[in-house]
Design a protein around this ligand. Structure first.
Ligand code: NAI
Length: 331
């Protein structure tokens, strides 16, 4: 199939080109994000391959469909950025990569927890300046603490398997509990999870129900000094409420790999530009906040799996043979 690959970075090109030796699709790589302004680049392509910050809003999908596109092959697990209803109405098929490495994201969440708790980001800078003072670097034993996990699917499960090793208690909330985990944790309601957890990690998808699941009211239910980790989707968290909670000490640590308005920031080198997002820049000023730019998925294993599943989806769609991971609109 003729595939227009949007938001291409050098690593995407390298992995997709290598894996495509087997699939033999016709790949065209575009560095641009897919938006209303760039969508015409896809004119005449049967398939559009998109990533998390590409726009697949109704208007974009209409233009794609009018230009002959039949398949959107997402290089992501999340599909909250696709207007599925419009896709269905237009007869556009959507494929995704449901699991490429839950371990990659789970391990990144752990990296944020350990770095925040033991202030590795600050210690690194101090030692480089020959400042070996420890004042301000004190952490806490995770052993014996309660960790709250919201969403116990593939990534939540991988995360729970890792943090079980700390020897604390794990509380979880998920409307669809994961039977494989029942021995390791207690499923509780959100109010109990917020009230009892020292560390809270988000591993649920972004849906209308989970939008701003962390807000002024949920933050008020937490213990003072709670650590919040979000490696799922930015809009799970009301950023303004979180900034107020950091200022009051309600939140003691914040680790983010995703941000509500990340579309205009992440995956680009903006080091020579003035960032216009004042909410984001306020977050950068806190000593107890670590932000990474949506890199949870970014391991060799995950990139290889993404390329393999993405192109296998396209091949199965085109040939009508074999399984592919379709996302359908559910009313
Ligand atoms: P999954 O589909 O295996 O698991 C999601 C879990 O969330 C399911 O068990 C589901 O029942 C649960 N859930 C649904 N609604 C919920 C609610 N209202 N409250 C609590 N739980 C709810 O998905 P997976 O693979 O574990 O991924 C989770 C999320 O991680 C993705 O939706 C995506 O947003 C994010 N992600 C982030 C990446 C990164 O690079 N930072 C990479 C890949 C995924």
């Amino acid at each position: 199939m003729k595939i227009a690959v949007f938001s291409t970075k050098p690593y995407d090109k390298a992995f997709l080109t290598e894996v495509n030796k087997k699939h033999k699709h016709e790949l065209s790589f575009f560095e641009a994000r897919l938006t209303l302004e760039t969508v015409r680049l896809a004119n005449g392509f049967d398939c559009v391959c998109a990533f998390v910050n590409d726009s697949l809003a109704a208007e974009v999908l209409s233009i794609l469909s009018g230009g002959g596109t039949r398949l959107i092959a997402l290089r992501s697990a999340g599909f909250n950025h696709v207007n599925l209803k419009t896709a269905q109405d237009l007869g556009l098929s959507i494929a995704r990569v449901p699991a490429y490495s839950p371990h990659a994201v789970a391990e990144h969440a752990l990296a944020l927890i350990l770095a925040l708790n033991r202030k590795i980001h600050r210690a690194f800078n101090r030692v480089r300046e020959a400042n070996f003072a420890l004042d301000g670097l004190m952490g806490f034993d995770i052993h014996g603490k309660t960790i709250g996990v919201i969403g116990t699917g593939k990534i939540g499960q991988a995360f729970i398997e890792i943090v079980s090793g700390f020897g604390g208690k794990i509380l979880a909330y998920d409307p669809y509990p994961n039977g494989a985990l029942k021995a390791q944790l207690s499923y509780v309601d959100l109010a109990e999870l917020f009230a009892k957890s020292t560390i809270i990690s988000l591993h649920c998808p972004l849906t209308p129900e989970t939008h701003h699941i962390i807000n002024k009211s949920s933050l008020a239910q937490m213990q003072d000094g709670t650590m919040l980790i979000n490696t799922s989707r930015g809009a799970l968290v009301d950023t303004t409420a979180v900034i107020n909670a950091l200022k009051s000490g309600k939140l003691g640590h914040l680790g983010l790999d995703v941000y509500e308005e990340e579309g205009d920031l992440f995956f680009e080198d903006l080091s020579n530009k003035v960032i216009q997002d004042d909410v984001f820049t306020r977050l950068l000023t806190f000593p107890n906040v670590i932000i990474t730019g949506h890199q949870g998925f970014f391991t060799q294993e995950a990139l290889l799996n993404i390329a393999e599943t993405t192109l296998a989806n396209v091949t199965a769609f085109e040939s009508g043979q074999g399984e592919w991971f379709e996302v359908k609109y559910e009313s």
